[in-house]
Design a protein around this ligand. Structure first.
Ligand SMILES: Cc1ncc(COP(=O)(O)O)c(C=O)c1O
Length: 482
């Protein structure tokens, strides 16, 4: 494909863009139980107007566009207040949870370079349930991730395991509020107390839960301590583009004070161009997400968020209750907010096949692999737009489970399962190709069943599955016909 020699008409362009969306998940249906945080049309209108109003402005230079500095400081102040940052709390606007977490790790690394120069090989201690982007941060920044177990019933971090994992090289402990996979809040008070005792930093990943949990608290729900008020918590990330219900590209990284945040900032005056001072990873960036976040916080206000949280929690209670009545489905742990993991206790109901069957009926549930003591499961995150669909979700889940229970297990699945079980004993290239063929992942065509692909990815050694995933994306993301 080339840039067309003559420009196309606006009508033609928008018709083409619309047609490109045909295969996308239908997020407006309220039946997409991950990825989407939809506050409804009225809020979208506010987001769209604020976003486009600030689309061309460049947040690269706060002196040239002081209104963006003001927006950033005001959004950070509102968020820090909600998360109970003290008088000295500071923070920055970032493009998302991943950027906030990369910055939290970079700040901890550079802080320790300054105050503990004896540490040459920094380590970060994190529960296995911590978000993948922390592994990415470690990979990018040359920090060693030291992974610890979680309790097998609650799926919360095991603080004693974290204690044992601490060495002279530890710079940072991580707790999630909540962890994405199971939706449970780690014992942040105990993790932060351990960090204080060992004189290391402590980051709370409240990317997904920071806003929702804070309003649950205001509404009187029983929410474990998780925010910046907990002694020993030195930084916290909270995404506005999740349960803050604003446009994508909006997260906040907060620090207890400027002394720490100083290590996040990067300045460069040694090249031939303009002076660079970046608080975050990105440099040139649109003011759109910042303006949209500011607008949504002001538009919804405490009252608006509380109304949403009340609705979503009522739907969550209904769903949890309904799922507990479906014969072989089991919610893992006791979720603290509106997201959770559902496993199956019946071999006829393979959760990955269940996800495929639900997808055929218009529902998206997210497969999550068995890791450590957490079995294969499907993730469900509720948000405002899924509330009216709760009843339909329960009915479809119950009916689909029943249909699966009435069928014998597909012999192909059983055979693949048996081969995968042998994998740990003997893994070589030949076994790999045989399994890949059985799972339907040969060639470049998308596999017929995602269930078999998920089963294969789940069972492979991590380095092999990660290699496969990298190859897959590398092959998929190539420009078509040149
Ligand atoms: C707990 C947690 N941390 C970090 C992230 C990464 O956020 P993002 O996708 O905005 O980079 C997520 C995403 O779901 C999350 O749930």
């Amino acid at each position: 494909m080339r840039i067309p020699p003559q420009g196309r008409s606006k009508d033609e362009i928008f018709a083409a863009l619309q047609s490109y969306k045909a295969e996308d998940l239908d997020w407006k249906s309220g039946r997409v139980l991950g990825y989407i945080y939809d506050p409804g049309q009225k809020v979208h209108d506010v987001i769209n107007d604020a976003y486009t109003m600030y689309l061309p402005e460049n947040a690269l230079d706060p002196l040239s566009f002081p209104s963006l500095l003001r927006l950033e400081n005001e959004v950070v102040a509102m968020t820090a207040n909600l998360l109970e940052g003290g008088r000295e709390a500071v923070g920055n606007f970032t493009s998302g949870g991943t950027e906030s977490l990369i910055l939290a790790v970079k700040t901890a690394r550079d802080f320790c370079r300054a105050v503990k120069p004896q540490i040459k090989q920094p380590e970060l201690v994190l529960p296995v349930t911590a978000h993948a982007s922390l592994f990415k941060a470690c990979h990018y920044l040359g920090v060693k991730p030291v992974v610890t177990a979680v309790n097998g019933d609650t799926f919360r971090a095991d603080v004693e395991a974290m204690r044992e994992a601490i060495t002279d090289n530890t710079i940072l402990l991580i707790g999630s509020a909540p962890s994405y996979a199971h939706g449970v809040v780690d014992p942040i008070g105990d993790i932060a107390a351990l960090a204080r005792e060992k004189d290391v930093l402590c980051h709370v990943d409240a990317c997904v839960g920071g806003i929702h949990l804070s309003y649950m608290r205001k509404l009187g729900y029983d929410v474990p301590d998780f925010n910046l008020a907990v002694p020993g918590v030195t930084s916290l990330s909270v995404d506005l583009h999740k349960y803050g219900y604003t446009a994508k590209g909006a997260s906040i990284i907060l620090y207890a004070n400027k002394e720490l945040r100083k290590h996040q900032i990067w300045a460069c005056s040694r090249w031939t161009g303009y002076t660079v001072i970046n608080a975050a990873v990105t440099s040139s960036k649109t003011g759109g997400p910042m303006a949209a976040a500011w607008a949504v916080l002001n538009y919804l206000g405490d009252e608006g968020y509380q109304e949403i949280v009340r609705e979503v929690m009522a739907a969550t209670a209904k769903l949890l209750d309904g799922i507990s009545r479906i014969d072989c489905l089991q919610v893992l742990g006791v979720p603290d907010m509106c997201m959770f993991a559902v496993a199956s206790t019946d071999e006829r109901v393979n959760v990955y096949q269940l996800a495929d069957e639900m997808k055929k009926k218009g529902w998206y549930l997210q497969p999550q692999f068995a890791r450590e003591n957490s079995p294969s499961n499907l993730h469900i995150s509720l948000n405002r737009s899924t509330v009216p669909q709760a009843e339909a979700l329960l009915e479809t889940l119950a009916a689909t489970v029943k249909e699966m229970q009435q069928q014998p297990v597909d012999p192909k699945i059983r055979q693949l399962q048996a081969e995968l079980e042998k994998l740990a004993l003997n893994f070589d290239e030949q076994t790999f190709f045989k399994l890949a063929e059985m799972a339907g992942v040969t060639g470049t065509e998308p596999p017929e069943s995602m269930a078999t692909v998920n089963m294969l990815l789940e069972a492979l050694p991590y380095d092999v599955s990660e290699f496969m995933l990298t190859e897959y994306l590398n092959n998929m993301m190539v420009p078509g016909d040149k």
